[in-house]
Design a protein around this ligand. Structure first.
Ligand code: TYD
Length: 214
């Protein structure tokens, strides 16, 4: 059977990752892969309910982190793990790196606590003891916070995170850089300040390099 593949898309709000999720799904389907496209927080009925709470209601940072990981646990068990077990490609718009970047670096919440939650939530049944479900590849769309803010202002009414000041997104971006430094093999940094076609070429190149796209 074809091996399952778990690919996540990350970056600050306004970095432009989301349109590439669908484009990559189409490209992989065109090559015969079965693709599940999903997002966090969300991806199941329960997790989508948590999403609307966490993106709109004020709450303390621990509550926020717990809700992100609660949504993630439900999503992993109901959607991500079954799809990987069927040998599908799972494309997920955000995952745990977002929690480290937004709740950890952005909000300043204790990253040791986040690491503990990560272990609890991503130690899923079926994996060898002591191993966690992690993405096979994380595409990090890296864009200067000032540029991203300009794009967002033109786009839509902001949610709780999108309305944060540029300084918040500087910390979030530093959080992504940190995660990449800790786990470099899992990450591909995509320069998101290029024209869309160039960004897309870099996305394809990251998959080709790993032998996942003929
Ligand atoms: P986003 O992908 O930006 O959704 P949309 O493009 O539909 O607005 O994700 C929603 C927000 O949730 C985004 O601002 C980042 C935030 N977020 C966290 O703070 N922590 C997390 O763990 C995740 C997954 C998302």
């Amino acid at each position: 059977m074809t091996q399952g593949l778990f690919i996540t898309f990350e970056g600050i709000d306004g970095a432009g990752k989301s349109s590439h999720v669908q484009a990559l799904a189409d490209a992989l389907r065109g090559r015969g892969r079965v693709v599940t496209v999903t997002r966090e927080p969300g991806g199941t009925p329960l997790a989508e309910q948590l999403r609307s709470l966490v993106l709109n209601d004020a709450m303390d940072p621990l509550t926020e982190a717990l809700l992100m990981f609660a949504a993630r646990r439900d999503h992993l068990l109901r959607v991500i793990e079954p799809a990987l077990a069927r040998g599908e490609v799972v494309l997920c718009d955000r995952f745990t790196d977002a929690t480290f970047a937004y709740q950890g670096h952005g909000r300043g919440f204790d990253r040791q606590v986040l690491a503990t939650l990560e272990c609890w939530v991503q130690g899923v049944p079926g994996l060898p003891a002591g191993t966690l479900r992690q993405p096979d590849l994380t595409l990090w769309f890296d864009l200067a916070p000032e540029v991203a803010a300009g794009r967002l202002a033109a786009a839509r009414a902001p949610d709780k995170f999108e309305s944060q000041p540029v300084e918040f997104f500087r910390r979030v971006a530093a959080g992504y850089a940190d995660r990449m430094a800790e786990q470099p093999a899992r990450f591909a940094r995509i320069a998101a300040d290029q024209a869309r076609d160039a960004v897309w070429s870099d996305v394809l190149a990251a998959l080709r390099q790993r032998g996942w796209l003929a």
